[in-house]
Design a protein around this ligand. Structure first.
Ligand code: ASP
Length: 349
């Protein structure tokens, strides 16, 4: 861990990998990770805040397409361990799975009183047109921000990207090319960075109690699969995913407001999976809007067959929530009840 500068607020910057921490090697022009202890050299603007910024780099650092729950456990444990030493945490992460990680951390850290702000970039920080510097500077400023009572202004797990601060478990990566990589279609941004950072305080969740550490939940049960419905889907594929022995829950990514085929073989398989005690969770393939299985007959059939509503959840958040809830209890019925609750602002309910 490397320390620098004197203090107003103190922040821990956690580097997991991704494009943001790469620099072009002049020798062969390839992108290589740089030593994160030198972050102030790369982004001297951070020095102007006069915050104390310590950094911690995971080893090895990864392309976030290699992200695994074990690293979520390591990040959550690190934040928990260092919780009292810092006012906020900035997690540098590849964009590919950032929404999954931010969703997972939101469930794993219960009762947060300090910001955990994920950021990254589409272009490496050493490149002239990088978006990484702006993203990082905004993330740092937001992580350090306090309200008039001296409490963290945003005590949530968020993604800060392209001038927008979004609740992490509401985000989806939507663009592989341009700088607006993330969207939070079902919840407006918690803050927007223009000339000033404008906070949407009414939307920001506050803990029930400001004292003490968050509750750390490290048990994750990953026996969950995702079935994306599409025209032409075959009974074999549906049966493999829905009724496979290895899962406790299946997320159904359905059409529109939660519709799926009404053909008898499909509904029979849904009933079979429900009869096996599996949790079947309905989330929409649409980027915006909510599942409502009472609108169309095709949705109602699913509900009657034992499918639960995911409301306006993203798939990323639904997956993380199921990992978390199944890790909390062996009883699927209990998990199903919790699934229906809005635990971390992940659904509008
Ligand atoms: N593949 C990279 C990653 O997710 C892309 C990025 O960082 O934007 O780690």
């Amino acid at each position: 861990m490397n320390g620098n500068t004197k203090t107003k607020a103190s922040l821990l910057m956690i580097y997991t990998g991704g494009t943001i921490g790469m620099k072009q090697d002049p020798a062969d022009m390839t992108l290589k990770p740089f030593n994160f202890g030198q972050i102030l050299e790369e982004v001297p603007e951070l020095g102007k805040f006069a915050y104390r910024i310590d950094s911690f780099s995971f080893d090895p650092i990864i392309d976030s397409s290699d992200m695994e729950p074990s690293l979520w456990q390591a990040i959550a444990s690190l934040i928990h361990e260092k919780y009292d030493e810092y006012d906020g945490f900035v997690v540098l992460h590849g964009t590919d799975t950032m929404s999954y990680s931010a969703s997972a951390l939101s469930f794993m850290l219960e009762g947060l009183t300090k910001p955990v702000i994920f950021t990254g970039s589409q272009l490496p920080i050493g490149m002239p047109r990088t978006d990484g510097k702006e993203n990082l500077i905004s993330a740092v400023e937001i992580a350090a921000e306090k309200d008039a009572d001296g409490h963290a202004r945003v005590p949530e797990v968020c993604i800060c990207f392209d001038n927008m601060l979004m609740r992490g478990n509401r985000t989806t990566k939507v663009n592989a090319d341009n700088f607006r990589a993330f969207r939070s279609e079902n919840l407006p941004p918690l803050a927007e960075a223009g000339i000033q950072i404008k906070y949407n305080d009414a939307l920001i969740r506050k803990p029930a109690c400001w004292d003490g550490k968050p509750r750390l939940h490290l048990n994750l049960d990953t026996r969950v699969s995702i079935l994306k419905i599409h025209p032409g889907i075959t009974p074999q594929v549906v049966s493999d995913i829905l009724c496979g022995e290895g899962t406790r829950a299946v997320i159904l990514e359905t059409y529109g407001s939660g519709n799926a085929p009404s053909r008898p073989w499909f509904i029979d398989m849904i009933r079979r999976a429900a009869g096996m005690g599996k949790i079947l969770l309905n989330v929409t393939q649409c980027l915006a809007g909510s599942v409502d299985m009472n609108i169309y007959a095709n949705g109602k059939i699913l509900q009657d067959a034992g499918v639960s509503s995911g409301y306006d959840s993203t798939t990323e958040s639904a997956l993380a929530k199921l990992f978390f809830l199944l890790g909390e209890t062996r009883d699927n019925e209990e998990a199903r009840e919790m699934l229906d609750c809005n635990l971390r602002g992940e659904i509008s309910k």
